[in-house]
Design a protein around this ligand. Structure first.
Ligand SMILES: NC(=O)c1ccc[n+]([C@@H]2O[C@H](COP(=O)([O-])OP(=O)(O)OC[C@H]3O[C@@H](n4cnc5c(N)ncnc54)[C@H](OP(=O)(O)O)[C@@H]3O)[C@@H](O)[C@H]2O)c1
Length: 250
């Protein structure tokens, strides 16, 4: 078990990619704060996970966190410290998306996107680093293929993910002095609620056809990259963005 006794916060772990990461981390011995936008969502996710796998109650902590609210973020971090006394791993995975042309976009569309995907991530990282700087640790940000290649009618989302990549590299440089590694994973098209909301069947078929591995990803296809970056196997890896996209972007 390569994450034995490590403490991990995974934002956006009630569903989709974050939930797949959480399940594997628990199997690898980690203690995981399961975070959703509401406490009841996190509790429901844990109930569902308990039907699928075995883990002790002490291995999980359900948390409702509003990433647009600094006080909510601070409360989340102090709950984790209170329960487990340290934070070894932070996965900034929660995110929102939208599809809109520039000319159809309203001011709020830009603000909402950055409030969650960029400012929420920055604030969460700052609050966690206040503790992590004493122990070292691993921070992993979920970026996106559109954070590398851009996306038509996705300027708000794509620019938020370019910002995530910039944050990853800047903080890798700044936080190395504390033995904190900062990396990102850039998923391609992955079958989750987010994808189903923004990609119709026609576009899905076309994306599949353009992908060298000829498929849309499953959340479990992403987990290995996070596991590597979170573990001591990646002890000399920081500032990288690992693309996990079936070869779609290269
Ligand atoms: N799926 C893809 O094709 C794809 C591709 C590239 C990158 N990504 C990135 O991967 C990450 C995970 O995406 P996903 O597809 O797994 O998404 P998802 O299935 O839509 O799940 C989103 C998660 O984020 C949480 N969340 C959303 N808004 C939040 C807020 N304001 N405060 C706190 N938590 C919030 C949700 O909590 P609740 O359950 O409580 O709502 C949920 O746990 C995102 O950063 C996304 O941009 C996804």
């Amino acid at each position: 078990m390569i994450l034995n006794n490590k403490v991990a916060i995974i934002t956006g772990s009630t569903r989709g990619i974050g939930n797949a990461i959480a399940k594997r981390f628990i199997k690898e011995g980690a203690k995981v704060a399961i975070c959703g936008s509401k406490l009841e969502n996190a509790e429901q996710a844990i109930t569902k996970m308990a039907q699928e796998m075995n883990f002790s109650k002490d291995q999980v902590l359900p948390i409702g966190i509003d990433l647009t609210n600094t006080e909510s973020i601070k409360k989340m971090v102090s709950e984790v410290i209170q329960k487990w006394g340290k934070i070894d791993i932070l996965i900034n995975n929660a995110g929102i998306t939208s599809t809109s042309s520039l000319l159809d976009s309203q001011d709020e569309d830009f603000y909402n996107m950055f409030e969650v995907n960029v400012f929420g991530l920055l604030k969460t990282t700052r609050e966690v680093v206040k503790y992590m700087k004493d122990t070292g640790g691993s921070i992993i940000n979920t970026s996106s293929m559109v954070g590398i290649n851009g996306g038509r009618n996705q300027v708000a989302y794509a620019s938020s993910k370019f910002a995530v990549n910039g944050i990853t590299k800047s903080l890798a440089k700044e936080l190395g002095q504390y033995q904190i590694r900062v990396n990102a994973v850039a998923p391609g098209v992955v079958e989750t609620d987010m994808m189903r909301d923004s990609v119709d069947e026609n576009l899905k078929q076309r994306l599949q056809a353009m992908t060298p591995l000829a498929k849309v990803g499953n959340p479990n296809d992403l987990v290995g990259a996070y596991l590597y970056l979170a573990s001591d196997e990646a002890s000399f890896t920081t500032g990288t963005i690992i693309q996990v996209d079936g070869g779609l972007v290269m």
